[in-house]
Design a protein around this ligand. Structure first.
Ligand code: ADP
Length: 372
């Protein structure tokens, strides 16, 4: 469990004029708040970087360049962090200059202004509230870290389980084949039937494990935007792998103009292959027609794979993207229920989205977005 250090709950004071810093430290100490003094804006940033619960800053100490640096530092903080800043504004009538600075400071985020001369209780109340808010942020961080740890453990488990289980399953398949070959003639009807069950169960298990491994591997895709690739290349590679099934069912595949997108080619190929493979697999009596196209929306490309197949009821439009989620038996349509889960994982690793719009009996349109 994460333990908060004293540094993480201290208040850094930047008030270089006269005895301001000393007085503020004493005011905070009276309510048991630890503090540390920074002599200038650069030191303030160093101390905040080392860990702090909040900062209290005399407005006059924040030169324009420090405001910019502080803003940069705040934006570079992790998502859970929103450092509370308490600014002691100058007393008297606000000049246009001080108003402009106040506006700049406001853009920094979690800022509270206290007008001077400030009563000690006002400063204490503001800082206690700021530290309470910071405490909640640390709790959020702990939860996020815990979640990441649990996720990493699960990934690791899925990866080694799918990897290590492949060998014994492979052996079952191989020995079942050997039995069939060498002892098939001494088996009676029941024996042959049962051996057939063993072989098809082993084959199914192999496919499941392959898909599970593929899913676990998708989690390892680095969180980065690679150089753009031509989506048409990934699509052609996917179509080549699907050539057999396209030909078998006489599917008609139409392709619109394809863009360049920031994703690894093998990953986009996999997404196309799963989606187009499904578009053909979940067909009805009509000749399968699949249309693949892309349109630009802001800095994203939206891809669409549209089919004229069996469609999906509204209530399942979300569930089908879960792992091992299927709407049919293996007898009706073969599959592992992993294809869409893999697509979702891959697309989300590139910060995109994937969803389906469909009407039962009237086909489906699968959409996904990728950065341009
Ligand atoms: P699998 O095809 O192996 O079952 P998927 O994850 O690819 O696994 O798909 C999950 C489920 O979503 C499928 O079992 C099917 O019910 C439904 N589905 C996927 N694509 C389509 C489609 N193009 N048309 C109709 N249903 C689909």
């Amino acid at each position: 469990m994460f333990r908060r250090t004293a540094k993480e709950m201290r208040v850094v004071i930047l008030a270089p004029v006269g005895r301001d810093a000393q007085l503020l430290a004493a005011t905070l100490a009276a309510v048991k708040i630890e503090s540390d003094t920074a002599a200038n804006g650069e030191l303030l940033l160093t101390k905040l970087g080392e860990g702090a619960g909040a900062a209290i800053i005399g407005e006059e100490a924040l030169k324009v360049e420090y405001v910019t640096l502080l803003a940069e530092w705040l934006t570079s903080q992790p998502p859970w962090s929103d450092m509370p800043l308490v600014i002691l504004t100058s007393s008297g009538r606000p000049t246009p200059q001080s108003q402009r600075r106040a506006h700049e400071l406001q853009t920094l985020g979690n800022v509270t202004f206290i007008e001077r001369p400030a009563r000690p209780e006002t400063v204490q109340t503001a800082l206690l509230a700021a530290l309470r808010a910071r405490q909640r942020q640390y709790e959020m961080r702990s939860r996020q870290e815990e979640l990441l740890r649990v996720n990493a453990d699960l990934e690791e488990f899925a990866h080694s389980a799918s990897h290590d289980l492949r060998e014994p399953i492979r052996s079952i398949s191989v020995y079942a084949e050997i039995i069939q070959k060498h002892y098939g003639n001494v088996l009676d009807h029941k024996g042959t039937e049962y051996l057939g069950f063993v072989r098809s169960a082993a084959a199914r298990m192999e496919t499941l494990l392959e898909d599970l491994l593929c899913y676990a591997q998708a989690a390892g895709i680095p969180d980065e935007f690679p150089e753009p690739i031509f989506a048409r290349e990934a699509l052609d590679a996917a179509l080549e792998n699907l050539a057999g099934s396209i030909q078998d069912c006489g599917a008609n595949i139409e392709v619109g103009d394809m863009p360049h997108v920031r994703i690894r080619l093998a990953h986009l190929q996999q997404v196309f292959q799963n989606l187009i493979g499904n578009a053909i697999k979940y067909r009805n009596e009509a000749q399968p027609r699949v249309r693949v196209e892309a349109r630009k929306e802001d800095s994203w490309w939206v891809f669409c794979i549209e089919d004229n197949g069996i469609g999906i009821s509204k209530e399942y439009e979300e569930t089908i993207f879960g792992i091992f989620k299927r709407l049919h038996t293996n007898q009706a349509y073969s599959g592992t229920g992993m294809g869409l889960a893999i697509c979702k994982r891959v697309i989300e690793r590139y910060r995109g989205r994937i969803w389906v719009e469909s009407q039962p009996g009237h086909g489906s349109s699968f959409f996904f977005t990728l950065p341009s």
